[in-house]
Design a protein around this ligand. Structure first.
Ligand code: SF4
Ligand code: SF4
Length: 718
């Protein structure tokens, strides 16, 4: 589990006009599902623009934004008096903190742009981007006035004027019509000297398919491939953002557009009436889809950014938010499921983009071309192929729980240093931010070096320090119920009362510690505190079993997993013994002690403890070097019904490598457990073999490779 942080909004679409002097037939504002423009005031009033400048200032301060972008948008923004636009930019510049640099651009069809307006915009340092679909024959297919007349000549005149102001000219936006050949388009733009260009595919969804594609299914794939090849070979002087962002994503960098890769919501819109909106293009889906239900007068930008719709949108931009088809797709890491509005099917976004087939042909093609151009035998992949440990450690030795294992100690000590630094910084922040806690901060700081380090490494303290330092950066974290986990300086009293005198090296069992529950919201049930004594009896039996199996393993467990919490899962099958651990609270093992209404068998509880400790041991290693190159595509796992990310399967193999040994050891035990152990060992072996086999065809790092071969060898020799 990952705690999610609140979004960081850095771009603002300020809709200063809600009407347009053109009537482009593909326009998502006027000629699509959402018709809310009709009830919007034609122009944004001065009071809304002033309110925006104040809201933006407050947000920049809160987020410590160094840069942000305000885009004057519409409709056609030049329907507003240009003096008012310049004035708005000035209000914003005056309002925001001196540490924030705000860039401004205007997205215009250019028809109303003249020399005088251009000079005013230039003097106001407002960049200009023009919408133009290509030569007259292409532009006239869609970009017409309300009377059906061409807008081409006027837009071209604006473009000619702009050529004399390269300082503020930010580029051209062109919507593709596949009836215009890529060569004609690129020739035209190159001929008029465009240096920065965006090709946009017509906004479509399962409700309204891309024009002409139903008649000719390959028409967009062929067009895109032809355009890419032409561009890379003959027009590399044009900065073509669409293809450049595809290449960036293929090389494992940020895509820069929502068309490829994964990302986060970083843009909000503000309509002329001051209402907040999510991505504008969502207007193609249904009436009101982009509306966040809040207004600039009554709500802050932060509140708007935390609205449920933005939350859903953020999820859709991540792997977890994709439909199952995308999750299993071989190019998912580059495609990212495509633009969110293009996934809409009339009800939801749980679908591949309507441009899926284009993605499936364009991405491998570009991958091939790049591989050839870069003259490399290795296929271009999205992450560096063979990343190794950042520290000099023998991973095979690290994997083994043995007496005085120097490689394990090296990693453990690094983790200790990191946690100590983090906790120290969090304490300093509290002392400075909430002076009434400076006394308790001092007390904790005066703990012995050894005890301070031991406290820092406790799972709950680690989480508390993470949340505290995020608060310093004005970032909120959310629990599994998607509720914020708040900064809580009063937790220092708990630390003072419970951990300052804690010096021995035994486990902390089933504590009443809120920070061990916080990340999981209401999703996890904890045993009643009354269960403590009963639970402890069986727990200590289990720890004895582990000690007999491998005393060094128990010693390691005490170091990296010092906390054991008793949980319950009322929904679990009575035969199933539930347990989990999570990197958000590193070192806490959450274990169920009952099967049905009876106490569980201590041998099975020992299995759960070893299981979770092995997850923790691998997490620890992964802080200093990955074992896999990529999580995608998801793979079959013998331990789950659904497909898993490659890292999830690797964790399974890492865990069951030890458990196979544990049950093998017990199968030779001179007690009644031996016969159950034989069966359990047999079952673990076959699943382990299957897991190892699947991983051999996945992309692993050198370290992951070495460990996997070792697991396979141990299994063969057993
Ligand atoms: S110029 Fe822009 S806002 Fe106006 S109709 Fe065309 S696409 Fe829509
Ligand atoms: S190519 Fe299609 S299936 Fe694959 S991730 Fe993209 S939209 Fe999903």
């Amino acid at each position: 589990m990952q705690l999610s942080v609140e979004p960081r909004i850095t771009s603002f679409l300020l809709k200063v006009a809600s009407r347009c002097n053109l009537n482009c037939d593909y326009c998502y504002v006027f000629n699509n599902a959402d018709q809310t423009w009709r009830s919007q005031p034609p122009l944004m009033s001065a009071s809304i623009r002033r309110a925006f400048s104040q809201r933006l200032a407050e947000y920049c301060q809160y987020k410590n934004l160094e840069n942000c972008l305000v885009i004057f948008h519409g409709g056609e923004p030049l329907l507003m008096n240009v003096n008012d636009i310049v004035q708005t930019a000035e209000w914003i510049r005056q309002a925001v903190p001196a540490s924030t640099k705000v860039d401004f651009t205007i997205q215009t069809n250019g028809v109303l742009l003249n020399k005088e307006k251009l000079e005013k915009l230039s003097a106001g340092n407002i960049g200009i981007s023009i919408s133009l679909d290509g030569p007259k024959s292409a532009n006239d297919l869609h970009r017409l006035t309300h009377k059906g007349k061409s807008s081409f000549d006027k837009t071209l005149q604006a473009y000619d004027l702009l050529k004399h102001h390269p300082d503020i000219f930010t580029g051209v936006l062109a919507v593709v019509d596949v009836r215009t050949k890529p060569k004609d388009l690129l020739d035209f733009f190159s001929g008029i000297g465009v240096s920065s260009l965006d090709f946009l595919l017509p906004d479509s969804s399962y409700n309204s398919h891309p024009p002409l594609r139903d008649e000719n299914p390959n028409i967009y794939s062929d067009w895109l491939i032809e355009a890419f090849d032409l561009w890379i070979n003959n027009y590399p002087h044009i900065k073509l953002r669409t293809f450049e962002s595809l290449i960036s994503t293929l090389l494992g960098q940020q895509s820069g557009t929502d068309f490829f890769g994964f990302g986060d919501v970083s843009l909000l819109g503000i309509e002329t009436d001051g209402t907040y909106h999510d991505l504008d293009v969502l207007k193609i889906t249904k009436e009101g889809q982009s509306h966040l239900g809040m207004n600039i007068i009554s709500h802050s930008i932060l509140e708007a950014s935390l609205s449920p719709k933005v939350h859903l949108h953020r999820k859709l931009l991540s792997f977890d938010g994709l439909c199952n088809t995308c999750k299993e797709c071989s190019v998912v890491e580059v495609c990212g499921g495509g633009s969110v509005p293009h996934r809409f099917n009339g009800e939801d976004f749980d679908n591949p983009t309507i441009y899926c087939q284009e993605m499936l042909t364009l991405i491998p093609h570009v991958q091939k071309v790049l591989t050839h151009l870069l003259n490399t035998d290795e296929e271009i992949v999205t992450l560096p192929n063979k990343k190794n440990l950042d520290v000099d450690v023998d991973v095979l030795n690290y994997n083994t729980a043995s007496n005085n294992n120097i490689d394990f100690k090296k990693i453990y000590n690094l983790w200790g240093e990191k946690s100590t630094q983090q906790f120290s910084s969090a304490l300093e922040y509290v002392a400075q931010r909430v002076p009434e806690y400076s006394g308790v901060v001092k007390k904790i700081q005066s703990a012995s070096e050894e005890n301070f380090r031991r406290i820092s490494i406790l799972p709950s303290v680690h989480l508390w320090a993470t949340v505290t330092l995020n608060n310093k950066k004005n970032m909120l974290l959310f629990d599994l119920d998607e509720k914020p986990v708040h900064f809580e300086p009063s937790y220092l009293i708990h630390i003072e009362n419970h951990f300052l005198s804690f010096l021995d090296d035994t486990f902390l069992v089933h504590q009443d510690d809120p920070w061990l529950r916080l990340p999981f919201g209401s999703k996890i049930h904890f045993e009643d505190p009354m269960f403590l004594e009963e639970g402890k009896k069986v727990l200590y039996e289990s720890l004895e079993i582990i000690k007999d199996y491998n005393p060094s393993l128990l010693e390691e467990m005490k170091l990296i997993s010092p906390v054991i919490q008793f949980i319950r899962d009322p929904a679990a099958h009575p035969d199933k013994l539930v347990s989990f651990s999570d990197n958000v609270v590193p070192g806490a093992l959450y274990v169920c002690m009952r099967q049905g209404s009876d106490l569980a068998d201590p041998y099975d509880i020992a299995d759960s403890l070893i299981h979770e400790y092995r997850h923790q041991k691998l997490y620890l290693l992964e802080h200093y070097g990955p074992v896999i190159v990529s999580d995608f595509p998801y793979v079959e796992s013998p331990w789950r019904d659904e497909k898993r990310p490659v890292s999830g399967l690797y964790h399974g193999v890492f865990v069951f490598h030890e458990l196979e040994k544990y049950w093998r050891y017990l199968s030779n035990h001179p007690t009644a457990i031996a016969s159950k152990a034989k069966n359990t060992n047999l079952a673990s072996r076959s699943m382990l073999e299957e897991g190892i086999e699947t991983l051999t065809s996945c992309q692993l790092t050198d370290m992951g490779d070495v460990l996997l071969k070792h697991f396979s060898h141990v299994l063969r020799e057993a």
